[in-house]
Design a protein around this ligand. Structure first.
Ligand code: SAH
Ligand code: F3S
Length: 481
C-alpha cells in the first residue's frame, strides 16, 4: 500500500513559542460516501492517558456513530480500530506498541480493517517514523490538531487505498465540538468540557507542549452554551479541562478570566463543577473566592507539585518555589477550609539529590495531601531534560519512589478514615461489574464511595452515611431514600 504524507510532526517547530492565530472551527458533516461506507460496520477505540484524550475519543466516537457504525470492545471483527495514544511517559508508549502487535492478528484475519493511530505519540518525530517504517498494518496516522479533519482523512484513505499521515506541529486550531441530541458521551451523568487546549509552560521534562501546541482558549460563550446544553440533557457534573485552567484567556491577553468563567459556569446551575488542572503560580484568590461562593463548585483541587525542592523546581522550569506553593495551599485552605487537595509528584528528575528528595517528603508531610499520583521521571524525546546527563541510579530512584508511595498511601488512608461517620452527598454513576447490588459514586471532595443499592440510584445525588474506609474507597449506606 502506498503512503501519502500530508504532514509530519516536527518537534523543533513545535518548540518555537510563536503565537498563532486560530480559527474556531466547526465540525464537518459526513459525506454521503461515508454514510454509505459506515453502514453495518463496527469500530473499536482504545484510549490511553489523560482526560483530554478521553474527550477527543468521545468526539471521534461520535463521528463514527454518526456514519452508522456500531461500537464493540474488541479489535477482532472490527472494521475500524483507533488507538488514541499518550506520550507523557515511556511506558504508555511501550504499551501502545504491545497492543498494536496484538491487533496485527485481527488485521491478518481481515485485511480491510483500518487501523488508525492518533494522539500524543504520533506528534513525536521518532515515533511516527517508527510506526511508518515498522508497523505496516497502521493505515491512518493523524495528529492532535487533526481531529476536525477526521472524516476527510478517512474518506481519502478509503478512496485512494493509501496509508495517510496528517500530523503537523505548528497549526493547531480550536475546534468546536458537536453538541446536541446526537452528542453521545461515554457517560450520561458526568461530562468533560474543554475550556482550552495546549500548554505554554514548557516544563523541561514534559512533552505536552510539543504534542498539543500553544495554549488556545475556547470562547466563553461556546463553553457556557455547552454546559447549558449538557444540563438540559440531564448531566449532573461537568469537569472543565485544560493543562493550566487558571491560564484560561491569557492567550487573548485577559486577566483573571478563569475566575470569571468559573463563576458563569456556576451560575448555569449545573449540579456539580470540577476543573483540572490549575497551575500553582497562576492560581489566584479570585478563583478561591468564586469557589467559596458557589455550592456547585466542588471543594476539591488537584494542584501538581512535581517536586518539593527549589533546586529541582528550577531545573524543571516550574515557575514557583516551595514557599510560594505552600502559600497557595495556605490561602486556599483559609478560603475553603474543607478543601480536598491532591497532587502529582515526579521522583528521580535527573540528578535529584537525597536532600532534594527529602524536601519533597517534607513538603508532602506538611501539606498532608488527601491523595497523590506519583511518577518516576521518564525521559521524553526532544525535551530539554532529556539532554541532561543523569548520575542517579535506577535503584536509588525506585527506592525513593517506594518511600514516597508509602508516605502518600498513609496520608490517603488517614484522609479516608476521616470520612467515617460523616454524612456525604454522593453522585452515583456506576454499577459494580462484579456485584450488581453494589453502586458507586463520588463525594463532593471526589472520594469514591460504594453502597448497596440498585441502578435506580444512577445519576442521583444522595446523602450517604460513611460506615467504613479503605485507602482508595469508602463504604456507606444511603440515608435519604
Ligand atoms: N498540566 C499538568 C501536567 C499534565 S501531565 C501540570 O500542571 O503540571 C500529567 C502529569 O504527568 C504531570 O503533572 C507530571 O507529574 C507527570 N509527567 C509529565 N511528564 C513526565 C515525565 N517526563 N516523567 C514522569 N512524569 C511526568
Ligand atoms: Fe506539561 Fe508542565 Fe504543561 S507538566 S502539560 S509542560 S504545565
Amino acid at each position: 500500500m502506498k503512503t501519502e504524507i500530508i504532514s509530519l510532526p516536527n518537534q523543533k517547530e513545535a518548540s518555537k513559542k510563536t503565537k498563532l492565530d486560530y480559527n474556531n472551527l466547526k465540525v464537518m458533516l459526513p459525506s454521503s460516501f461515508l454514510m454509505d461506507w459506515g453502514k453495518n460496520k463496527k469500530f473499536c477505540i482504545r484510549t490511553y492517558g489523560c482526560q483530554a484524550n478521553v474527550r477527543d475519543s468521545e468526539i471521534i466516537r461520535n463521528y463514527l456513530l454518526d456514519i452508522g457504525m456500531t461500537e464493540q470492545d474488541d479489535f477482532l471483527g472490527a472494521d475500524f480500530v483507533l488507538f488514541n495514544t499518550c506520550a507523557v511517559r515511556e511506558n504508555a508508549e511501550n504499551h501502545l506498541y504491545g497492543e498494536l502487535g496484538l491487533c496485527k492478528n485481527s488485521y491478518l484475519k481481515n485485511k480491510d480493517m483500518i487501523i488508525a493511530v492518533c494522539g500524543c505519540v504520533v506528534q513525536e518525530d521518532e515515533a511516527t517514523k517508527f510506526i511508518l517504517d515498522h508497523i505496516k498494518h497502521v493505515r491512518l496516522i493523524f495528529g492532535t490538531s487533526r481531529i476536525n479533519s477526521f472524516y476527510s482523512i478517512l474518506e481519502d484513505s478509503i478512496k485512494s487505498n493509501k496509508r495517510i499521515v496528517n500530523v503537523s506541529s505548528n497549526d493547531f486550531d480550536v475546534y468546536e465540538e458537536p453538541i446536541g441530541s446526537k452528542d453521545s458521551r461515554l457517560s450520561t451523568i458526568k461530562a468533560f468540557v474543554n475550556i482550552m487546549y495546549g500548554c505554554d509552560k514548557y516544563c523541561t521534562y514534559c512533552i505536552v507542549p510539543y504534542t498539543r501546541g500553544r495554549e488556545r482558549s475556547r470562547k466563553e460563550e461556546d463553553i457556557i452554551n455547552e454546559v447549558l446544553k449538557l444540563k438540559e440533557l440531564g448531566y449532573k457534573e461537568v469537569t472543565l479541562l485544560g493543562q493550566n485552567v487558571d491560564a484560561y484567556g491569557k492567550d487573548r491577553g485577559e486577566k483573571y478570566a478563569f475566575a470569571s468563567l468559573l463563576e458563569k459556569v456556576a451560575a448555569t446551575g449545573i449540579e456539580r463543577i470540577r476543573f483540572t488542572t490549575p497551575y500553582p503560580s497562576d492560581f489566584n484568590s479570585e478563583v478561591f473566592d468564586v469557589m467559596s461562593k458557589y455550592k456547585n463548585i466542588m471543594p476539591s483541587i488537584h494542584m501538581p507539585l512535581q517536586s518539593g525542592s527549589n533546586n529541582i523546581l528550577k531545573k524543571m522550569n516550574r515557575r514557583y518555589t516551595r514557599e510560594e506553593y505552600l502559600e497557595v495551599i495556605k490561602s486556599l485552605r483559609e478560603k475553603i477550609p474543607h478543601v480536598y487537595i491532591t497532587t502529582d509528584i515526579i521522583v528521580g528528575f535527573p540528578n535529584e539529590s537525597d536532600q532534594d528528595f527529602e524536601d519533597t517528603l517534607s513538603l508532602v508531610n506538611e501539606v498532608k495531601y488527601d491523595a497523590a499520583f506519583t511518577f518516576i521521571y521518564s525521559k521524553r524525546p526532544g525535551t530539554p531534560a532529556s539532554k541532561l546527563i543523569d548520575h542517579i541510579s535506577d535503584e536509588t530512584k525506585h527506592a525513593r519512589f517506594d518511600r514516597l508511595k508509602i508516605l502518600v498511601d498513609s496520608l490517603t488512608t488517614l484522609s479516608a478514615s476521616k470520612f467515617v461517620n460523616r454524612e456525604c452527598k454522593v453522585l452515583f454513576d456506576t454499577v459494580s461489574k462484579k456485584d450488581k447490588t453494589m453502586i458507586s459514586g463520588y463525594t463532593e471532595e471526589g472520594k469514591l464511595v460504594h453502597v448497596k443499592g440498585d441502578s435506580s440510584l444512577l445519576g442521583q445525588i444522595k446523602t450517604v452515611k460513611i460506615l467504613n474506609s479503605h485507602t482508595f474507597s469508602l463504604i456507606g449506606e444511603v440515608i435519604d431514600e
